[in-house]
Design a protein around this ligand. Structure first.
Ligand code: NAD
Length: 542
């Protein structure tokens, strides 16, 4: 196997950023106090808010000082949002959809601004930050164009044919409480809010404090695209302090984060009898079948395991490879992994950035060190890289991982993958499914039909055949989400927008009532309806 050398995983030479013709920029020059102050003005926090500081993961330097919202501010945010929602819901759908379509165009034009912010707040490589622009743009275009199809009134078969005219309509829920994590701050704030807006709702969003600037920037851009400013409220503060208040006032809760917090949020929503969608953690598997194209599979596995330094809910942490091709595949996978360029420049060029926080670095280090101590072998990576920045950790492949090790079943949420060999597809499917999570998986084979057959047996909300995760995630017309401990409900597709609506059935009765009439007694009415039901069956009307 390829050992990491001084050359491999060297810092990337930052490419020139087209948005900064003057040369490479630093986090400090891109995220200026003026920009922070402008964005911070978008936080709903009245009075004398207690400030909170964030740190740039790439450098460890202070990044921003932001006002913190209190539970009373959350209440105020709901009041403002609720007021704005009535007028917004009354607009024709095409006017609401036009805002999303304009947002798409503005986002593509102004992407460099938000790429800087995402990199500064998360430490991820620019390419991985761009994935967020892509995801948000796809969602904007899809829901901007398809909302009419999803939300239109639908004629349904009435209680009594001809006499009952029945329409199913969709009404906005009202104000959506949206709680988002730090790992995909653009995609998981605005991407999930867009279908809520076009369906006629307002949103009170609590992003993670670490990545609040990105959400605030997206809000500013959406307002520029025509969204009424009060319709999207952003509150900032500790999850356990203001998170419960966000759930307390919501007409529906859209939560993305860990399974542990998701359970708490779900219980609070259930107690109030409001619905919730929960996008939670994963321990995703990638299967390399015996007939896979090994180069493509190795390249795909790198994307699957190390995008955003593995801090991606749908990234792969368990890799199952057919024994007959295991040595050859692992040699190629380890070589590619060892050659990845780590770097923290605000420009394209690095293949992987850093982790986001001390806590993330601690868990990743712990999982790797514990596994190695208990007998696992490192095929690539395995070390923190403080020489590159405070939170860099090498992309790491572990072999010989056994069930007693934390890395085997727990979500690491970092650039660490364990490899396992299998002899039969049944064995691979059973092993991949042997987790309480069920978010995403990836299957590699030269035979797409076979890939789809294996996919159908995997218990995950999305499966990618011959791609890591982006094929399914990017298919925004189709639902995405988790089975089992990975969540409840779906984003994207019809479910991704209908979750933000209430179904309403309007049935108008004409000519005859559904009950005894015209002097008919109860018995005759029952006999008439019995005959009617038989006739409807005979004519296949019911
Ligand atoms: P987290 O659960 O710690 O935090 C998520 C959000 O919840 C944050 O905004 C946080 O402040 C808030 N929060 C914390 N405690 C709360 C409480 N008691 N009440 C209400 N809100 C509270 O998760 P994280 O560490 O920020 O994110 C990483 C996790 O998110 C991973 O498990 C990852 O797999 C998951 N994730 C899932 C998806 C998906 O689509 N399934 C996407 C991204 C991340």
């Amino acid at each position: 196997m390829t050992d990491l050398t001084a050359d491999a995983q060297a810092p990337a030479q930052p490419g020139r950023n087209p948005a900064a013709p003057g040369g490479a920029r630093t986090v400090a020059s891109a995220v200026t106090p003026t920009l922070v102050a402008r964005l911070a003005a978008g936080v709903t926090a009245a009075g004398e808010p207690v400030p909170v500081h964030t740190v740039a993961p790439l450098t460890g330097e202070r990044l921003a000082t932001l006002p913190q919202s209190t539970p009373a501010d959350v209440e105020l945010a709901y009041e403002l949002a609720r007021r704005a929602q009535h007028g917004w819901a009354a607009l024709p759908l095409r006017r609401r959809a036009a805002v999303l379509l304009r947002f798409h165009d503005l986002l593509l034009q102004r992407q460099d601004e938000v790429l800087d912010l995402i990199q500064a707040e998360t430490g991820k490589a620019r390419l991985h930050a761009f994935e967020e622009v892509l995801g948000a743009a796809l969602a904007a275009r899809h829901y901007g164009r398809a909302a009419r199809k999803y939300l239109r009134d639908r004629r349904r078969g009435g209680a009594v044919p001809v006499l009952t005219h029945t329409v199913e309509a969709r009404r906005p829920k009202g104000v959506i409480g949206q709680i988002s994590p730090w790992n995909y701050p653009l995609e998981l704030s605005v991407g999930d809010a867009l279908p809520a807006f076009v369906a006629g709702n307002a949103v009170v969003n609590k992003p993670d404090t670490q990545t609040a600037l990105t959400a605030l920037w997206a809000r500013e851009l959406l307002v520029e695209a025509g969204l009424p400013a009060d319709l999207w409220q952003i509150v900032i503060g500790d999850g356990p302090v203001i998170g419960p208040a966000v759930v307390e006032h919501a007409d529906y809760v859209s939560f993305t984060g860990s399974t542990r917090t998701g359970r708490e949020v779900a219980q609070k929503a259930a107690a109030r009898l409001v619905g919730a969608s929960l996008e939670l953690g994963g321990k995703n598997a990638l299967l390399v079948l015996a007939d896979a194209d090994l180069d493509k599979a190795a390249e795909g596995a790198v994307r699957a395991c190390f995008s955003s330094a593995g801090q991606l809910c749908i990234s792969v942490e368990r890799l199952f490879v057919h024994r007959s091709v295991a040595d050859e595949f692992l040699a190629r996978f380890a070589a590619r992994t060892g050659a990845l360029r780590l770097g923290g420049g605000l420009a394209y060029g690095a293949d992987m950035g850093s982790l986001v926080s001390d806590r993330q670095l601690e868990v990743v280090t712990q999982h790797v060190e514990e596994a190695v101590k208990a007998g696992a072998t490192v095929l690539a990576g395995g070390r923190a890289r403080p020489d590159l920045g405070p939170l860099f950790f090498e992309p790491t492949i572990l072999d010989g991982v056994t069930p007693g090790m934390a890395v085997c079943a727990e979500e690491t949420f970092g650039p660490v993958v364990s490899v396992y060999r299998f002899d039969t597809e049944d064995e691979a499917v059973a092993a991949a499914n042997s987790t309480s999570y069920g978010l995403n998986s990836s299957v590699w084979t030269k035979d797409p039909r076979r890939g789809r057959a294996v996919a159908a047996r995997l218990r995950t909300g999305t499966v990618n055949v011959n791609e890591a995760y982006a094929a399914a995630y990017g298919s925004v017309a189709s639902p995405m989400g988790g089975m089992g401990d990975s969540g409840l409900g779906r984003r994207h597709g019809a479910e991704g927008i209908l979750r933000y609506t209430e179904a309403q059935t309007i049935a108008s009765q004409r000519l005859l009532p559904i009950g005894p009439s015209l002097g008919m007694d109860d018995e005759r009415f029952a006999a008439l309806f019995t005959t009617g039901l038989r006739a409807m069956k005979a004519f296949r009307l019911k």
